[in-house]
Design a protein around this ligand. Structure first.
Ligand code: SF4
Length: 136
């Protein structure tokens, strides 16, 4: 069943992904990894989307360098940006505004942030990063 995120949350996730992607482009998109794909998989499945791996290396990174999971189903990756970019006050204000709205969406709270099962799996992944992207 697809996510029932509010339309405004999906828009905020798309906007914040544009912001973080633009910042990441300056760093050469170095943060994508098997581990973060594993987290994204947990989030996507919690939101009712089943991602399909396209690579053995970084499972959801397409050949064109773009993620194959839509931004609204991988909120952690969409919001993530290296801390140094947050030193730009204008960038940070805008990023925080979108992030606050995203995290206040009841579906995000219910399915991810306050979901014990997801949090347990996340902890399992953190403790055992080789499991990344292979958690059932
Ligand atoms: S899910 Fe997508 S954005 Fe996140 S680490 Fe994997 S390829 Fe990168």
């Amino acid at each position: 069943m697809p996510s029932k995120l509010k339309e405004s949350t999906i828009n905020n996730l798309c906007k914040i992904k544009e912001m973080t992607s633009a910042a990441c482009a300056k760093d050469g998109f170095g943060c994508c990894s098997n581990f973060f794909c594993g987290i994204a998989k947990l989030e996507a499945e919690a939101l009712g989307y089943t991602p399909v791996a396209v690579s053995d290396d970084i499972p959801y990174l397409g050949k064109d360098g773009a993620c194959v999971i839509p931004p609204e189903f991988r909120p952690g990756c969409s919001m993530y940006v290296c801390p140094e970019h947050l030193e730009d006050r204008k960038f940070r204000r805008c990023w925080e505004k979108h992030r606050k709205k995203i995290l206040s969406d009841p579906v995000i709270k219910d399915k991810i942030t306050n979901n014990q099962e997801v949090n347990d799996k996340l902890q399992e992944l953190i403790n055992n990063p080789e499991l990344a992207a292979r958690l059932d």
